[in-house]
Ligand binder design. Sequence first.
Ligand code: UT7
Length: 325
Amino acid sequence: MNHVRIIGTGSKAPDKVLSNHDLEKMVETSDEWITARTGIKERRIAEDGIASSDMGYDASLKALEASGTDPSELDVIIVGTVTPDYMMPSTGCLIQSKLKAKNAYGFDLAAGCSGFLYALHVGYGLIKAGTAKKILVVGTETLSRIMDYEDRSTCILFGDGAGAVVLSESEEPGIMSSCLNADGDDWELLYIPGGGSKIPASKESIENKDHYMKMNGRDVFRIAVKSMEAATMQAVEEAGIKPEDIDLLIPHQANFRILEAVRKRLNLPEDRLFSNLDKYGNTSAASVPLALDEAVRSGRAKKGDILLFTVFGGGFTWGATVVRL
Ligand code: UT7
């Protein structure tokens, strides 16, 4: 058993919809501008009181059910998120408790929008090293809680949701390559200033809106395209396949123009790109597992297919993974 496979997927999106037309009433923007520049039509917003662990739990239950895994079989729970319920305990521990996964240890992994792929990579390594057999990997975000709904450069992009996969040791091939990268030099182009040890919560930090996400969209866009294209080509090469072998490309759902740039770089036809960006916007670490679960449940991704995930996020962090489903 020297392979690691995804054996089940699940996702959760809140019911409440925030449409482009709703945003027109909140900031100076238009449905036409948002649609043309991003491809987003609406995003989901968690109800008051619902946090990342709640959506992550719902997604996890579905992934466990799809894979026929009992929570007691889990060795590890890894949660990619930039919006944990609390600074302490970790969302991983909260999900472990809700699932009653008594044999698992759990932790959060912060890598911006790349959190899920980073978590998948760590899970892959733990199984490969023989320290775990079954791992739950979750990406869950409640980004509406860190959005400034007076800042049109960010609030039109982001939404809430969760996705999860069960990773297992396997005799059949699964993860074929996994490439991660980071470059902290440009961290200020995409970050959340407040709430950490540098600018702890205070009356002043709240007045300054320090706990909201800040982004220089134009620069992030440029670096994201370049980085995701490079990571994608590296992951294809390390998997020993050709770009045309990819059955479905599932990129981080950031902006349709970014997704299209990656697809064109791989020279793939339009129907090999999966996007649900129009419905959910950018859900950060939840975006790839949420898209993967929709692709699986709709029949767009089938057992045996070769999938390519690629991500980019704050840090900066980025990467790509080739998987045989
Ligand atoms: O998850 C990973 C991290 N995030 C991303 O991947 C996001 C990457 N960046 C983007 O997706 C895009 O840069 C944005 C969608 C954020 C912005 O699109 P853009 O084509 O880069 O627009 P821009 O920032 O260059 O702005 C163009 C114009 C500006 O007006 P002027 O200076 O040309 O008069 C902006 O003020 O559009 C204006 N603008 C808006 N207009 C209407 C900026 N935001 C909006 C808005 N509605 N929401």
